[in-house]
Design a protein around this ligand. Structure first.
Ligand code: NCD
Length: 307
């Protein structure tokens, strides 16, 4: 039963519930008209304390396409937070107006804290370098739709694996399915953090390796998940400048990959995928954007109890 549930990290959803959400999303893709009124009368509050294009607009589009309405902000400097209001109070107030809250903050753990004070479900739309569960639903739906399954896949995560919350979230979700293998490709400074290894990878028993050169491993991958170096989470600009172009996927590197590998990226991209890769049939990051809206529609319909 997903009605009333907070979704702070992918681990809050069982594998059956993830299947249920992806199956509903697939039904919506096939017949969106049948779902256009299911959230009529319901309100989504989109509270974005950190910049976003896709995630905020896709949450809003998702609620509007279900027949509901949206309120919220994309810049907290115009809210009472700037007068010193605590997150707990903001959430107590907003959850008395809305039926579901989607929130993004730069602080790890803030969405979890908000869920303790909320009278309605809280969906984490990204908390600092921590988790981003609706991007994970997006990624899983994309992988299932394009590869037929999210089991038995060799997934390469490339780029900023230290601060990239989308990587942490998808890893947490995919290590629960049988026969997946991970290849973590990053410079030494941006390796997967220890808490991910100790709390998630080791206990799951998933097979994984770490690599530094994309060219050495790209040929083994079924899914290549490229990521941006997360500028906003660096303490030191020199380090960012030194590391930002560590990986650039181009046509030459794509020649080394399997014919049916897919390339995903949560976007925004900076330099890590050359525009000439966009025409390659394996480049799937713009399809992924569309799956994101449907995944969010399914999740909103479930947690609000509309379906
Ligand atoms: C990601 C994020 O915000 O973590 N973007 C997104 O939600 N689509 C990835 C990123 O910003 O690099």
């Amino acid at each position: 039963m997903l009605k009333g549930r907070h979704v702070i990290e992918p681990g809050n959803l069982s594998v059956q519930e993830i299947d249920e959400i992806c199956t509903l999303a697939e039904q919506i893709i096939v017949d969106p008209v049948s779902f256009q009124d299911v959230c009529r009368g319901k309100i989504l509050a989109a509270l974005f304390f950190e910049p976003s294009t896709r995630t905020r607009l896709s949450f809003e589009a998702a609620m509007l396409r279900l027949g509901g309405t949206v309120e919220g902000f994309a810049d907290a400097s115009y809210t009472s937070t700037s007068k010193g209001e605590s997150l707990a109070d903001t959430i107590r107030v907003v959850s008395s107006y809305a039926d579901v809250i989607a929130m993004r903050t730069p602080k790890e753990g803030a969405a979890f804290l908000a869920s303790k004070y909320s009278a309605c479900p809280v969906i984490n739309a990204g908390d600092g370098g921590h988790f981003h569960p609706t991007q994970t639903l997006t990624d899983l739906l994309t992988i299932r739709s394009l590869k037929g399954s999210y089991e038995n896949q060799v997934v390469g995560f490339c780029g900023d694996l230290k601060f990239g919350r989308t990587v942490h979230s998808l890893t947490q979700a995919m290590c629960r399915y049988p026969k997946n293998k991970f290849v973590f490709i990053s410079p030494k400074e941006l390796k997967v953090p220890d808490y991910m290894i100790e709390n998630i990878l080791k206990p799951s028993g998933v097979e994984y390796i770490e690599a530094e050169r994309l060219e050495d491993v790209i040929g083994d991958l079924d899914v290549l998940y490229m990521t941006r170096v997360q500028k906003e989470r660096f303490f030191n600009e020199q380090d960012y400048i030194r590391l930002k172009d560590s990986y650039i996927l181009d046509r030459e590197k794509m020649k080394l990959a399997k014919n049916d590998m897919i390339v995903l990226h949560p976007l925004p991209r900076v330099n890590e995928i050359q525009p000439d890769v966009d025409d390659d049939p394996r480049a799937s990051y713009f399809k992924q954007v569309k799956y994101g809206m449907y995944a969010r529609m399914a999740l909103i319909a479930k947690v609000t109890g509309a379906l």
